[in-house]
Design a protein around this ligand. Structure first.
Ligand code: SF4
Length: 370
């Protein structure tokens, strides 16, 4: 019987168990689904090992799982990435990005409570949690079109604010989903809860930490509702996780012209990360007409990366994937919802912000962090 309320892996398991599935049957069904293979794959006929009730329910279950997401639009970029806007069953949309070199970037929330001032997704606060089955479905969707060997949780949302669903999805992807543990990348602004939970999971993902500033005040203005961890506390907790898992921490730094591309920040990064098991990813901001931030020149970004490198910080300068197709997270969805309507953006009072970007000096009230 069709069950349109399925959004979580646990619900799939419950349905299978009600029909008499044993753990091996559950794992097989989740494996084939997450790898976008048909449920009758393999040489043995299902009749020879699958309980009748499970077998009879399989076509309906497969239909329910493929109905978790519906393609709304598709945008190919010159770098080989592709952005999909996918509608959930209730009509809300998530962005999923197929990345060059067999990666996929998934969304874990619709909207986001952190409210980073340079991000379209954070503009309206948290709208909805994405269920664990809906997260795995994004990978299964991508696998219909391209190989997927790496899954990064860097799409819409803060994974730490939807931890149960994200951990459940990571467990499936890192076992039957055939993704190496270190190729699952949990991207976060930092939250004490993840440093408690991640080390306890059977699948331990790699960690990417969005730092963006080494200064407490500026960072809290850029990421207004990130949990109250100072950059020092964040790096200290992340280093313990890096040593435990033997994967380096990937620090993310969106370079904003005149804001966090300063000499002071270079000194702060060297102080915080020197000697740490870490990699710094610098990504020049992808300018959006509706937001008042500017992308620094590539020469300036390269100079910062070179300086950090010379001072002992392993640094990579990257472009965000899909630059030419509404690059940053949430931009595609925002365009879809708003058409070309200009946005009313409140800009925080950043002391070192260049004059031309000082449009409004208030931080707009947003929903609280869950
Ligand atoms: S950058 Fe990430 S954490 Fe910040 S508001 Fe956007 S989705 Fe949320």
């Amino acid at each position: 019987m069709s069950d349109l309320s399925i959004t979580r892996i646990g619900q799939i398991r419950e349905r299978l168990r009600r029909n008499g599935a044993r753990p091996a049957h559950e794992q097989r069904i989740l494996r084939l689904w997450s790898q976008a293979k048909p449920q009758n794959s393999g040489s043995r006929p299902l009749e020879s090992f699958m309980p009748t009730a499970v077998r009879e329910d399989l076509p309906g279950l497969s239909e329910d799982l493929s109905g978790l997401l519906r393609l709304q639009s598709e945008h190919h970029a010159q770098d080989g990435s592709v952005r999909w806007l996918l509608a959930l069953r209730d009509g809300q949309t998530v962005e999923t990005v197929g990345l060059p070199r067999d990666g996929v970037c998934v969304s874990s929330q619709i909207g986001c409570a952190v409210g980073c001032v340079f991000c379209m997704t954070g503009r309206d606060g948290l709208i909805k949690q994405v269920g664990s089955a809906e997260i795995v479905a994004q990978v299964a969707f991508a696998r219909q079109f391209r190989p997927v060997k790496k899954v990064v949780f860097m799409g819409m949302g803060e994974p730490a604010h939807n931890l149960d669903n994200v951990m459940e999805a990571i467990e499936v992807l890192g076992t039957v989903g055939n993704i190496a543990h270190k190729s699952l990348v949990f991207s976060t602004v930092g939250d004490p809860r993840i440093f408690e939970r991640l080390p306890l999971g059977s699948v331990k993902p790699a960690l990417a930490v969005s730092l963006h500033s080494t200064q407490i005040k500026l960072r809290s203005e850029l990421l207004p509702r990130a949990p109250q961890m100072t950059p020092d506390e964040l790096v200290e907790a992340a280093e313990i996780y890096a040593q435990k898992t033997a994967y380096p921490i990937q620090y993310q730094w969106t370079l904003l012209e005149g804001i966090n591309d300063t000499q002071e920040e270079i000194e702060g990064i060297v102080r915080l990360l020197k000697g740490k098991y870490a990699l710094m990813n610098m990504i020049p901001y992808n300018s959006v007409d509706d937001l008042p931030f500017k992308r620094p020149s590539w020469e300036r970004a390269a100079e910062i990366a070179r300086t950090l490198h010379q001072r002992g910080i392993l640094t990579k300068l990257r472009n965000s994937a899909g630059q030419d197709v509404e690059g940053g997270c949430g931009q595609l969805r925002a365009r879809h919802l708003l058409g070309s309507k200009p946005l009313d953006i409140a800009v925080p009072n950043m002391t070192n912000m260049p004059k031309r970007t000082m449009i409004k000096l208030t931080v707009s009230p947003k929903k609280s962090t869950p």
